[in-house]
Write a protein that binds this ligand. Sequence first.
Ligand SMILES: *[C@@H]1O[C@H](CO)[C@@H](O)[C@H](O)[C@H]1NC(C)=O
Ligand SMILES: *[C@@H]1O[C@H](CO)[C@@H](O)[C@H](O)[C@H]1NC(C)=O
Ligand SMILES: *[C@@H]1O[C@H](CO)[C@@H](O)[C@H](O)[C@H]1NC(C)=O
Ligand SMILES: *[C@@H]1O[C@H](CO)[C@@H](O)[C@H](O)[C@H]1NC(C)=O
Ligand SMILES: *[C@@H]1O[C@H](CO)[C@@H](O)[C@H](O)[C@H]1NC(C)=O
Ligand SMILES: *[C@@H]1O[C@H](CO)[C@@H](O)[C@H](O)[C@H]1NC(C)=O
Ligand SMILES: *[C@@H]1O[C@H](CO)[C@@H](O)[C@H](O)[C@H]1NC(C)=O
Ligand SMILES: *[C@@H]1O[C@H](CO)[C@@H](O)[C@H](O)[C@H]1NC(C)=O
Length: 405
Amino acid sequence: MQLLKSIATGLLLGSSCLVPAAANPAPWPRSPAVPAHHHSRVAPKVFIISMFEPEAAAWWGVPEFDLLAHNITIPGASPVFPDVHCTANYDVCQLITGEGEINAAITVASIAFSPYFDLTHTYFLIAGIAGINPKVGTISSVTFARYAIQVALQYEIDLRELPDNFTTSYFPQGANAPDEYPTSIYGTEVFEVNNELRTLAASFARKANLTDSEGAQEYRSKYTGDAYTAATKAPSVLECDVATTDVYYSGKLLSEAFDNTTSTWTNGTGQYCTSAQEDNATLEALMRTSLRNLTDFSRIIVMRTASNFDQPHDDESALQHLRYAEAGGFEPSVKNLYVAGIEVVTGILNGWNSTFAAGVKPTNYIGDIFGSLGGTPDFGPGRKQALSDAGAITKRHFRRGIVIA
Ligand SMILES: *[C@@H]1O[C@H](CO)[C@@H](O)[C@H](O)[C@H]1NC(C)=O
Ligand SMILES: *[C@@H]1O[C@H](CO)[C@@H](O)[C@H](O)[C@H]1NC(C)=O
Ligand SMILES: *[C@@H]1O[C@H](CO)[C@@H](O)[C@H](O)[C@H]1NC(C)=O
Ligand SMILES: *[C@@H]1O[C@H](CO)[C@@H](O)[C@H](O)[C@H]1NC(C)=O
Ligand SMILES: *[C@@H]1O[C@H](CO)[C@@H](O)[C@H](O)[C@H]1NC(C)=O
Ligand SMILES: *[C@@H]1O[C@H](CO)[C@@H](O)[C@H](O)[C@H]1NC(C)=O
Ligand SMILES: *[C@@H]1O[C@H](CO)[C@@H](O)[C@H](O)[C@H]1NC(C)=O
Ligand SMILES: *[C@@H]1O[C@H](CO)[C@@H](O)[C@H](O)[C@H]1NC(C)=O
């Protein structure tokens, strides 16, 4: 606030009348314990990425560690969640992005570009709740994604004006109908993370005894019918992919439409199972910092626990499902962030010297749709177009002007 005010005053008065720095000392860092010089940057082994308070609080006051031992105020973080939290030895830190794509992108970028951290060897554990496709899994389950798809980055026409032969309101930018490949590529449509690391993280998480609730048990039992067998099973650890969109959608048709989008944009490799509002944004920030060697894109784990289904069962409407039904999944899904997540965190810490310090070598392509980090994306028939766009972008990016390291 103070900083903003002084900048605003400076702007109003003109640059020759800037308020002297001494009169308005920078309000950060708040904690005197924060090392500011290069040699003692905070270098966490694991950075937990939470999106809002209940997801974050699931990790507080637990027997394994005290995440609230240090609070570090980072410029650019959400005004609601200004602090990064760290354990006493700084091995584990946590940031809270604020919800939605904009909050996630700016918070993660601010922290990953911050001179207070050395994140070159840090594992990022995205740990949030999500909607789940009842055709793939059930509430209270824990999922680990390989792909993150920005499914609503598309054209949309209201249903009442939709051509009769369109199956859904959404169709990709640059395309003339649903389920074509987009030809206008922004670069954040699809991200792919380290599949070997995902397998390891899921195997750690399978050691956990997942929490469930009576309410969740009762609600999932209403998903009768052959398509919903997965919904009626007990919660488990799954490896399947996450859709990102600011639009909090609900319903059988949007679920199917975004399932189709995932399939088209990953050339049939991705399996849509969860919906959330941040992951592509977080991944884009980590991609850009990895491009500068400030983070390592092969050290990202995308974990989502299922708090609700993304569509109603057969005896309720989409609106009833979204706003009025009590699915009972919120509490167990938040709890399972910690219950499963702590196995991942301790798995990484215990295996640090033997495995994780050096890194887990990916055998799949990792990065964005452009191939910005090198290599060739193995998803998407549109990759040829994307790669030629990327070539142009890479040249522009690296050949223009002075690069400030
Ligand atoms: C860090 O912030 C939390 C609240 O977000 C507070 O409970 C805790 O005491 C703070 N820790 C320190 C060391 O100030
Ligand atoms: C978000 O990321 C996922 C997987 O990483 C990817 O499949 C999807 O296309 C991305 N979507 C957007 C809009 O960036
Ligand atoms: C819908 O019908 C129009 C007009 O006949 C046709 O040009 C278009 O290809 C059709 N689109 C789809 C998605 O079938
Ligand atoms: C899970 O429950 C089993 C049986 O009660 C127990 O042996 C095991 O230690 C538990 N695992 C964890 C990680 O708590
Ligand atoms: C999804 O794709 C299938 C197969 O192409 C198609 O039959 C279905 O109508 C699509 N669903 C939606 C909602 O677009
Ligand atoms: C990042 O590291 C790689 C491999 O060591 C190196 O080739 C590249 O030039 C570095 N990029 C930047 C921006 O420092
Ligand atoms: C890892 O190696 C360091 C430095 O050699 C040592 O202090 C630490 O105890 C080792 N940690 C584990 C879990 O073995
Ligand atoms: C898409 O997958 C098919 C096989 O399933 C493969 O033949 C084709 O080359 C892939 N396309 C791209 C662009 O990766």
